[in-house]
Design a protein around this ligand. Structure first.
Ligand SMILES: CC(C)(COP(=O)(O)OP(=O)(O)OC[C@H]1O[C@@H](n2cnc3c(N)ncnc32)[C@H](O)[C@@H]1OP(=O)(O)O)[C@@H](O)C(=O)NCCC(=O)NCCS
Length: 222
């Protein structure tokens, strides 16, 4: 798969119409840690019933999501996120490593993007990042399971060159990955550095705004 870095997104603005590649701003994907659990929980709880069905394959109530987030294992699996300017986690990709079968290592990818942030390349970027991480961790096959009516995910999978098998209203998509090379390792390192830097800037700006608001006179005082 060709991993390009000129895709764009961000400036999260609600819109029904997907933007063209040229109109999208850069999407920076950062690896998440247990420190991000609270934001992960807020992200998944924001998904409506149908999105939860598309993401998890079944309608999951809040307590199941709470359990899922509490038990996310950041050592065994890798979780990626995309943040808005206000530090809302607008996109999450979960890469879970399946038990190896001989030389064959497979990882399963699941993704969700908040409705307000869709059509801006975030889902695609999360997928690309998961693919490059998979290559760099000796995974030979990336796997996505979803409902066959999930046209958007099917489109992303097809665009990435995945082989798709349909059965009983569900779809399994497979992507054979090239082994890691210097380019894939450097590319991932640079992407992560850019995302960490971008997050730090957003956090500073967010704190400054909060501080500024605290100094503003309240309506009561006026
Ligand atoms: C699937 C999902 C992650 C996509 O996120 P996103 O950020 O909107 O994805 P992107 O913007 O990267 O790409 C969407 C692509 O699908 C296309 N698309 C959108 N709706 C479509 C439809 N009904 N049919 C075909 N293609 C469609 C867009 O035009 C875009 O294509 P392009 O990049 O070639 O222009 C998001 O819709 C989501 O969270 N859905 C609920 C959970 C889910 O379905 N998860 C996947 C299963 S694990």
């Amino acid at each position: 798969m060709e991993l390009t870095f000129n895709r764009t997104a961000e400036q999260i603005v609600a819109s029904d119409r997907p933007l063209s590649d040229a109109a999208r701003k850069p999407v920076l994907v950062r690896e998440l840690s247990s420190a991000d659990r609270e934001r992960l929980l807020a992200h998944f709880l924001s998904l409506d019933e149908d999105d939860r069905l598309l993401r998890f394959g079944q309608i999951v109530p809040d307590h199941v999501i709470e359990n899922y987030v509490r038990n996310l294992n950041f050592t065994n699996d890798t979780v990626f996120g995309v943040f808005s300017a206000s530090l809302e986690l607008v996109g999450v990709g979960h890469l879970a490593y399946l038990p190896a079968q001989g030389d064959k290592r497979t990882a399963e990818f699941g993704v969700s993007v908040l409705e307000s942030a869709r059509g801006r390349g975030i889902g695609t970027k999360l997928f690309e990042r998961a693919a490059i991480r998979s290559r760099n961790t000796h995974v030979s096959e990336l796997y996505v399971h979803c409902l066959s009516r999930n046209k958007t995910m099917m489109h992303i999978a097809r665009k990435a060159g995945m082989k798709i098998e349909y059965a009983y209203g569900e779809a399994d998509a497979y992507l054979s990955l090239q082994p890691a090379d210097q380019t894939s390792i450097m590319a991932e390192m640079l992407q992560e550095q850019a995302a960490v830097f971008d997050y730090a800037i957003k956090r500073q700006a967010h704190r400054a705004t909060q501080m500024f608001k605290a100094f503003l006179p309240t309506a009561d005082a006026a």
